[in-house]
Design a protein around this ligand. Sequence first.
Ligand SMILES: NC(=O)c1ccc[n+]([C@@H]2O[C@H](COP(=O)([O-])OP(=O)(O)OC[C@H]3O[C@@H](n4cnc5c(N)ncnc54)[C@H](O)[C@@H]3O)[C@@H](O)[C@H]2O)c1
Length: 312
Amino acid sequence: MIKKIAVIGTGVIGSGWIIRFLAHDKKVIAFDKDIRLKKKIILEIKRTWPYVKKLFNKKKLNLKNFKYVTSLKEALKDADFVQECAPENYILKIKLMKMIGKYSKSNAIISSSSSGLLPSKIYSKCKNPSRTIIAHPFNPVYMIPGVELVPGKKTKKNILNKANKFYKSISMNPIMVKKELPGYLSDRLQEALWREALHIVNEGYATTKDLDRAIEDGPGLRWSLMGTFLTFHLAGGKAGMKHMLEQFGPALKLPWTKLKAPKLSKKLSSRVIIGTRNQAKGKSVEKLSKIRDEYLVKLQKLRKKYEDKIRK
Ligand SMILES: NC(=O)c1ccc[n+]([C@@H]2O[C@H](COP(=O)([O-])OP(=O)(O)OC[C@H]3O[C@@H](n4cnc5c(N)ncnc54)[C@H](O)[C@@H]3O)[C@@H](O)[C@H]2O)c1
């Protein structure tokens, strides 16, 4: 049974994991190179609690389960499970995983939150790599249920199964990736959309706001209930995907996409930064996060009612 979890790195993602773990009565021992973050995290736990409480139907926040320590060794010594959340960088993660492997219990599962790095590479110097995995979450981790579990070449099947069970026990829906690939699944899809959007902004066909509306008022509304394949199946009418492929198959040969990213010139960067700043209408990231969190609670409650009708 996984009870004690060490969270290493307590920035955006680390603090999200801490909140989710605490909401599911786990004991959390956190460490960050920047020890000043402790205060910030307590504030973040308190800020998000009203939403977390509603989403998971919880009554009480038990801050006694949370400990912030000032050394990596101390964070790891009793942990059953390690959730690494340091910056996305091969050199840094390889070094850190070597230390984590050294100081953690030999049977502790080590999980990295990486967004797209190859597990076999980041765990290349880690002791006993058969107990290592990637668990790629989505921001905000305390709200979004998806998590991609990616095995490295040396990961044992039973570790993947244990991790799958563990993430399910904290109200997540693990997506099991069959074998490691750069960018995993969701970020590859998001990256394709992102690169296409940057081309459109770069070439002046639309503003950042127009492109966001093209998702928010279109496919985005459907996507949280049905992904691309199921959505297109419905778009094919009675014959479903078969008709869809007959009708839109030829479009695969049309110049509807150019996946290579455009050069991130100063002009393109400032178009994107100014465009999104205008969209925020002076609201801080914190204010927008509050609006998003409130929305995500309501949306997930609503979705639950409908998804069972499709999935069962
Ligand atoms: N931000 C996202 O939307 C997102 C989503 C999914 C996954 N991720 C992944 O999560 C990981 C963390 O990303 P983030 O956005 O939280 O970054 P972040 O910059 O907000 O936080 C990283 C934290 O790690 C700390 N750190 C740096 N070196 C360390 C070390 N050696 N030991 C302990 N702590 C150290 C930093 O002080 C910082 O607080 C990355 O691998 C990233 O790809 C990010």
